[in-house]
Ligand binder design. Sequence first.
Ligand code: AMP
Ligand code: DBH
Length: 532
Amino acid sequence: MLDGCTDWPDDFVRRYREHGYWQGVPLGQLLREQALRTPHKEALVDGHRRWRYAELDLQADRLAAGLADRGLRAGQRVLVQLPNVAEFFSLTFALLRLGVIPVFALPAHREHELVHLAQLSQAVAYVIVDRHLGFDYRPLARALCKQAPSLQQVFVVGAAETFVALGDCVADPRPLPAPDSREVAVLLLSGGTTGLPKLIPRTHDDYACNARLAARACGFDSHTRYLAALPVAHNFPLASPGAFGVFSVGATLVLAPEPSPETTFELIEGERITHTALIPPLVLLWLEMAQWSDHDLSSLQWLQVGGARLKAEIAARIGPTLGCGLQQVYGMAEGLLCFTPLDDPQARIFETQGLPLTADDEIRIVDADDVPVAPGAVGELLVRGPYTIRGYYNAAEQNLRAFTADGFYRSGDLVRRLPEGHVIVEGRTKDVINRGGEKIPVEEIENLLLGHPLIRDVALVALADELLGERSCACVLAHGEQVELGTINAWLRERGLAAYKLPDRLQVLREFPLTRLGKVNRKALAEQVQAL
Ligand code: AMP
Ligand code: DBH
């Protein structure tokens, strides 16, 4: 395995193969198999551009050859920051076929996150789109290259300016040595627990298993028309089941540039979408707008919702308002996926986050001393399984905390289980704010804010919010002068912080409530500020 990754022990490797989870097929084959089986079937739709399976497959091969000509080699990492554009997939399959490892940054990430990702991964190249939703990624690329010397090349989808146009990196397809399916295929980002995002190494075998079995749990078949409304760089729309799930069954993937009802309702009607996936705040927005919309949404069969806890009352409005079924998804880029079974009774679908994908997902629910809690009681979810990582990339020290000695991943989520096995997410132990599905690592923001000349001390806490579930509040002890949210956020933006991580609120205090040990009592602080 790639240096800096933790492999599964031999007995687990044997078991996962024997049980059919790991099929020894590299991810690049996913597309190839469908291209051979149904070459003329529509694979991908991006605006007015459409690709059949054979066309997308050929495009990936041509790009693979072209990128090899530009010096990319198996085992190298490439930082990919693309929105929902077709090139995301031709590029990803090209890299997968070369054994080059994409590191999937989100379109919202900025210099602060990207410098860290480039340095941590030692990426040799960076791939961007020229502009998306009014933001120009080329100046960002220039700034990034100055700070991340490993980056030797920048490829641009669209107008390349001083960089290289991705469209020019094509060559006649040629046979390439297939990567080992046990190798790392992609590096995903963790929502973060401590400090900056960590990198999640997913192998060809385990990520293919993730997508294939998720597609089965969600009832995908070749007639499925899936709308990617969330950014496809994220594990949920990428492989849970998402795009890879679509390709694994020879179905059709339709890309939305952004998830607003204005954009997506038209696509659902025009493209006869059958399945899509959302985070809870978007569900609320869709429910609001559906009441006013003339668009025909009747093709929609299933809406998957995950990323943050969905309120049961909202869950119950989905069927009557959107005319489709609800499937709750509790997932993590580190691996474990839970889905509510499609044929479960309504109460189960509204009130639980479903069942683990496989019988070999070993789940332990433990107290603060790692002792299993009584059946049905709340505790932290630990997990080990055929598509759950054993360690973050290049993170030996953090891995000691994030994994148990016997290889269980500590999710940081507080859950309980029903007698039938359904998981219910009740809270968390990790220091992350879940802003409607977007994760804000508390320590990362606090460390940045401590660098501000007017801030003496800071604690970032979550406040309850009707729309987002949680939003962030920076509680600060200030040096004399007035500190304001607007100026603090402008300052954070200048440091290249992604917009979703900017505090929603700022509260200047004289002192923090402390625990008996003298640490900031975050719970008391949040309650105090919430009440103001
Ligand atoms: P990430 O680390 O970005 O992959 O985010 C994964 C985390 O999102 C999980 O560990 C949970 O804390 C949270 N999460 C995902 N889906 C749900 C859900 N359906 N309900 C509650 N929390 C969720
Ligand atoms: O929040 C997540 O990371 C998430 C949610 C739903 C996820 O990774 C997934 C499904 O695969």
